[in-house]
Design a protein around this ligand. Sequence first.
Ligand code: ATP
Ligand code: MG
Length: 415
Amino acid sequence: MAKIQPPQPVRGTQSMLGEEADRFHAVVAAFDRVRRLFGFKRVEVPVLEQTAVFARSLGETTDVVSKEMYSFKDRSGDSVTMRPEFTAGIARAYLSEGWQQFAPLKVATHGPAFRYERPQKGRFRQFHQLDAEILGAAEPQADVEVLLFADQLLKELGLGETAVLKLNTLGDPETRRAWRDALHEHFQGHRDALSEESRERLERNPVRILDSKVHGDWPVIDSAPVIDDFLTSEAGEFFGAVTAGLDSAAVRWERAPRLVRGLDYYRHTAFEFMTDTLGAQGTVLAGGRYDGLVEALGGPHTPAIGWAAGIERLSMMIAAPEPERPEAVLVPLGERAQAAAVRLLADLRLRGIAIDMAYRGNMKKRMQRAAATGAGFALIIGEDELEAEAAQVKDLKTGEQRAVAFALLEASIRA
Ligand code: ATP
Ligand code: MG
């Protein structure tokens, strides 16, 4: 029979075990703790949405929509897309599930997202995001709230010093229009110095040239007009209220006057938490106000703000978490002890003790396996122990050993 080649993973996907998986879950656990402190409700939204949900809300000219989406026709011929981010799907649910009645609605979620990108350090095709949003809130307090959530999460992860908040305003529609025209004029004047990609953006969305990753574009970008010269007084006041909130909560931030977000729906506040420890993939958490998005989906005008963070990028940066260890390992010797061990194991687990069993090899091998788990105790049961209804409990740190009645095992492990 021809030998079948075992399948390789799909490019840009990852499988995790051990420290890598522990890091991932340490990030998610910290997120869930801080989420609760800030009163953001848990939500779940589908991985699959109609393609239009993303195409309409993110904008046709964005990298995500124009070249990164996993879209396909399902068996009934409908075009569906595996979510490249959470915000659009949450906005869709806000409209279709009647969540509008809860406005202002604070929600948080996490899970896989998919983008067809060139895989490299910190960049995958299936990656995972943390996501926090406030829908139906026009007040700058909402901006401050999501920023404080992000800031406290990063501090909780030990990244308070490594990740720096870069903040900008994209103004209101009037500001943005005036700035956009000025940018168009500026880039038009330096057309020949721009990459092909940026030249393409020139007519459709010149603001997005500021987001270019092509180094050759950067000198022209550095000399581009900044938004401050075009801010209406309302937009300026709004930004002032956001920065005042951050200052009074003692959140460190830096102004980044050319920071724009890759997606079209952003207004007012835009931000990124950046680090220089991940090479080119320096943005760990990013977001902003997207007052135009729900309307772009056909809903009523709905101001909203939120952020997303890459779990893998955060995982790589945090200190290695303590590995999980059982509290004890049961070491049965002989057939009768083996049978009794299952009962004892079930009983201790029901009482909340994390306990494993070493059931392979001779006594020496089993004790080695027990020690290798990092457990505090080995509980040894053979014929004599069954007779006496007491296990030999060995403290794996000190090597001390003593007999403990089965009924008292829980207490002796906990002691
Ligand atoms: P980048 O500039 O790195 O491409 P982006 O602007 O496309 O990021 P967002 O759409 O703002 O990213 O997504 C929010 C966060 O999700 C990013 O800051 C990053 O941490 C993470 N992220 C985005 N794309 C990927 C990816 N392909 N692999 C891993 N993480 C990603
Ligand atoms: Mg990207």
